[in-house]
Design a protein around this ligand. Sequence first.
Ligand code: ARG
Length: 452
Amino acid sequence: MNPPPGYRDAPLSQFHNEPTDPDEAADFLQRVYAENPKLGGDAQAAHRIEQVREQIAALGTYAHTRAELAHGARMAWRNASRCIGRLYWNSLVVRDLRGVTTVEATAEHLVEHLLMASGRGVNRGRLRPVISIFPQAVPGRPRTVLWNEQLIRYAGYRDGLGDQAYVEFTEAVSELGWRGKHSSFDILPLVLQEPGQEPHLVDLPEDAVLEVPLSHPDLPWFAELGLRWHGVPAISNMRLTIGGVHYPLAPFSGWYMGTEIGARNLADADRYDQLPVIAARLGLDTGRETTLWRDRALVELNRAVLWSFEQAGVKIADHHTESRHFLTHIEREERSGRTVPGDWTWLVPPMSGSISPVFHRYYPEADQRPNFYLDETARDLGRCPFHASATAPVPTPAIPAQRRAAPIVRPPVPGLSEPTGELPVITPERLQLGGPESGPVRKGWLLGSRKN
Ligand code: ARG
């Protein structure tokens, strides 16, 4: 069994938008129809596989039915070996947005994703797991790219303010004209880029970002730290692969486990680095490690996160409960005859590892599909977009003379740098997805507003 790309020593994946592998398609369809007898069983599977093989032979890929898409997305979650929250895989809400191609419509649907995931009206805070699936990759056809790693992230500034993981991303969007308030928690804009076009910045409307200010159940000063976090974690740079078909834009979200915020985002030295601040307020002796001041501050920070989310009515999980749920998930899956792949290094919570039951065992490290993959270029676009070209898989075109001195060059957008021409061109109509075909495409570098 091969570990998934990105798993410890296994390199990250790099997407080349090749024609769909008919055997992966057949394997997927077999499973879907076996797992969902109401779709018609073996006979229907055989018929569908034959049809799909023909489509792939003629067009290079095929289109999923709604049922295949929904179940495939849920399977991808089920196979996500780093996720501890998989017990609820079958309740994933799947939004079929395969007909949405323009930047404007894409932006609207991303905002709608956040509103749906946050819950509306009296349900606000009752977070629901949602995935929004935009058009599949089609060999030879460029696509709209979202740079962001998550739909909601906070800006970071060189002077130490904000999320230090996003300093370069913040600088990139600032060069594109975005202005933050220069606070510790400025919401970054979405950056969408159509083939051959300038990147397009979209500020998220306030109601799309549910946030929780942090206070502590018995330390009144805690609120004065001015800490907060957003309620919905929405990963937006992973490629969803279902039956050999790739969906490069398929953001998904669930709810937080408290330690993600309290033991990583706000605690990591290269993020918000709050432990020394909290330890000082607690009056701990930070001169010696043996006082365990870091550990004590960590516990109080994590209590604050869980307590504040609960007070605000925003769904969150603690790491003890979530660990137990994960073991229940494994039992259930084994009863259904399935293996649960797992990455121990991610599943074990980042605090109190050994008092969580997931610590005391190992997990099979298999790359089971459908799944989500992080591609190198997507990773770089989400953190240091102007350096993303360093890892792009294509030869870099000559840099126009007037830009040669520039310290920073624009990345080629992944979809723009793939070979065209050899493969049959598939229109959405031929894939029976509806929606307008994208217009003529300019290949190569993105030209535009960066002022050198
Ligand atoms: N750890 C990431 C963050 O802090 C989010 C990853 C996904 N987490 C989740 N609970 N679905 O933003």
